[in-house]
Every structure is written in C-alpha cells, then in structure tokens.
Write a protein that binds this ligand. Structure first.
Ligand SMILES: NC(=O)c1ccc[n+]([C@@H]2O[C@H](COP(=O)([O-])OP(=O)(O)OC[C@H]3O[C@@H](n4cnc5c(N)ncnc54)[C@H](O)[C@@H]3O)[C@@H](O)[C@H]2O)c1
Length: 367
C-alpha cells in the first residue's frame, strides 16, 4: 500500500461488515487509514468487525443505504468510498431472486448521487464477473479467459444481480466523464476464504464435508469451470485500484487457475478426509458453464497478480470453518443458507429496536 496516498484520507467502506468488506477493513485499519463503515447487517455481521468497533478503530453506521438519510450521513466528510454494500448471494440466490438485487439499482444510484453532491473524490466499486455476457460462457471445454472489453453490446449480464452491477459500472463511468468524480470498478470472480458464507460453492462444499454429508451433493453436472479467488488477493487488488485507477476503468480481479466444480469437490473431500459418494444434482442452479477471468489488465494497470493457489487458500478456509462452526446448527440450516439471504426478517427485527438516530461513541444506528 502506498502510505502517502492514504494519509489524511477519510475512507467509507459500504458493506464493511461483509465477508470481503471486513477483510478490506482489516487491511485499511492495519495501515492506520481513517475508516467509516456503513452496513445494514442484512447479510454482513458485526462479528466480522467487532474488534474494530469495540476498539473504536472505526466509525460504524448501521443503516440501509437505500434510504437517503443513511447515504447522506455516510458520505459526509469522506474522500474515498469502497462500495461493497448490496443485495447479493451465491448461485442459488442470484438465479432464484430478482427483486432483492433490483434494490441495488436504487442503493447504488442513491449512494453515487449523495457522494457526488457531497464532493467525494473517488468511488471504487465491487463489481462482479456476473457482468460478462452469458452467451460467451456456455462451453466448458473451451479455454476461455474473459477479458474486460468483452462486456459490450449486445449486453447479456447474469440475472438482475449482474445487470445492477453493470448499471453501477456504467453510472460511475458517466459520473467520471461528466461530473469529474474519479472511479474504478473491480470485477471480482467467486471469492472464498475465512468468513465466507455457505451460499457460495466452495464454502457450501466445505460445509457439506463438515456435516459429513453422504451422498455428497454437488449442484449441476460438475463440469462447470470456475476460478475461485482468495479473499486476501481480492482486497489487495481492490486497494491498488483505489490508488491507481481514476478514469472509471473496469478491471478483473480473479485468478486464472481453472478448476471444474467436480475437481473442487474432490479436493475438498480429500483435504477434509471425508469419504463420501458424490451425487450430482443437475436440476439445481449452476450458473454459466465456463467463467474464468483474464487478469492481464490488472497486471498491467495495478501490478497485481493473485498470490494464493487454490490448494493453499482452501486449506486455510477449511481450518477456519472446522474450528469455528457448530455441526448441529449447520445441519439444520444448510439447505436454507444455500439459496436464501434470510435478510428481510432480520432487517424488520432490527428496525423495531431502533427509533431515530442513536449515538453511542463511534457507533450510530439510523432507523
Ligand atoms: N463473494 C463473492 O464471490 C463476490 C463476487 C463478486 C462480487 N462480490 C461483491 O462483493 C461485495 C461483498 O460481498 P460479500 O461476498 O463479502 O458478502 P455480502 O453479499 O454479504 O456483502 C454485502 C454487504 O452489504 C450489506 N448490505 C446489503 N444491503 C445493504 C443496504 N441496503 N444498506 C447497507 N448495507 C447493505 C450486507 O449486510 C453485507 O455486509 C458485494 O457487493 C458483492 O456483490 C462478491
């Protein structure tokens, strides 16, 4: 990290209580960056950043960024925003839920507008491999590496979630060009690591091994190809994009290590020592058959390359999972976790507890 760049900068991390957001907050706090987090805790958890909140290392706003008053308070006095907040889930969620991710159009638009009005210098956006046209990703036997310029007419993003990511990228490019607000978009490809949730394939498979599922269920025909990317690599690339890209450019953050879902399952079974029969479920959501990033633009613009090989990153993730989870809870909840965010009930519950704005040191709640 370039220390001079971050000196005297006030940084907002939206969705900072999430899996990826909390790793980013760890990195920024460790480099003494002045950080504010806003999150409605609909899928992120306070546990992920509790140590920073308790130590008052960061300011924390609990609120829904679709609400103007929350966005306004969050961006006040901020120089740079890492924008990760969004209605998002794994494959089961992206395929089966459209209304939730449609709220991201409102969330992103509201945040960007308030940021522009308040004079924020730059927004760095957590975009996704889901912006790539589906029609390119049909043949799993092709050695395909998706490169940034392949997102263009005819657009064919992945469900409402992918369309909203694409619209946010386009909005930021327009704001950069017409309003002079700097921006960058990073297209993350399936991210895994400690604190990741069961709704994404790698941790879903670790969870199945953890509860000793037999037969061991794998969604799809197992031939889908992915480039699982370690969270530490993602946040280091994200920070580099903040330092080095100003003009709205979108860049892939993903490894070029190609693995089929079946190979991934076999690695996880072998590392966990779980002996089980694999049972394929082709009727379940699988997403595109072939999605792997070309990361040469990130190398060129950011000097970034993923450092963690899947075999090492997954080992660490398994160790974290096995050390921190409770078998009976996972057994009970796993099926729901794979396709739901279960957020609506939690937000409604949180709202009931809150009246107006509460100020407790550096913890604010806006209801
Ligand atoms: N995990 C991946 O593989 C992956 C891949 C590509 C992109 N991304 C993007 O990275 C970001 C972080 O994802 P993640 O996997 O860490 O977990 P996540 O989906 O849980 O992160 C979203 C965060 O936003 C918060 N949030 C949701 N709606 C909100 C609202 N209305 N107001 C305020 N906060 C709200 C959630 O509580 C959560 O902390 C997301 O934008 C996601 O789309 C993730």
């Amino acid at each position: 990290m370039n220390k001079n760049f971050w000196k005297r900068k006030k940084v907002l991390v939206t969705g900072g209580a999430s899996f990826i957001g909390s790793h980013l907050v760890d990195l920024l706090v460790c480099k003494n960056v002045d950080v504010r987090v806003v999150d409605d805790l609909s899928s992120g958890t306070l546990e992920n950043i509790r140590h920073h909140v308790t130590n008052k290392n960061i300011e924390f706003i609990k609120g829904d960024l679709r609400e103007t008053k929350v966005a306004k308070k969050s961006v006040k006095g901020v120089d740079l925003i890492f924008h990760l907040a969004g209605d998002h889930g794994g494959r089961g969620y992206v395929d089966l839920h459209q209304a939730g991710p449609a709220g991201n159009l409102l969330l992103d638009g509201n945040l960007f507008w308030q940021a522009h009005k308040s004079g924020v210098e730059k927004i760095v956006f957590a975009s996704s491999g889901c912006v790539y046209p589906n029609y390119l990703q049909i043949d799993p036997t092709k050695k395909l590496y998706l490169s940034e310029q392949q997102v263009g007419p005819p657009y064919d993003a992945d469900n409402m979630y992918g369309w909203a990511k694409l619209m946010a990228e386009m909005t930021l490019k327009a704001y950069t060009k017409e309003f002079g607000m700097k921006s960058a978009s990073c297209r993350f490809f399936v991210v895994y690591g400690p604190r990741a949730k069961e709704d994404h394939a790698v941790v879903a498979m670790i969870a199945r091994a953890f509860i000793k599922q037999n037969p061991f269920i794998v969604w799809g025909n197992g031939r889908q190809v992915r480039n699982w990317t370690y969270v530490g690599d993602i946040v280091s690339g994200f920070v580099l994009a903040a330092e080095k890209i100003d003009d709205g450019t979108s860049v892939n953050l993903g490894t070029e290590e190609r693995l089929s879902v079946l190979e991934t399952a076999q690695t996880i079974l072998s590392l966990t020592g779980h002996q089980a029969e694999i049972e394929l479920h082709p009727e379940m959501p699988t997403g595109p058959a072939n999605r792997v990033a070309n990361n040469s633009l990130a190398k060129e613009l950011l000097g970034w390359e993923p450092k963690v090989k899947f075999a090492d990153g997954v080992k660490e993730t398994i160790e974290w999972y096995f050390a921190s989870k409770d078998t009976s809870k996972i057994e009970k909840m796993l099926n729901g976790m794979l396709i739901e965010r279960k957020h609506l009930a939690r937000v409604a519950r949180a709202k009931k507890k809150t009246n107006g704005v509460m100020d407790k040191g550096r913890f604010y709640e806006i209801g």
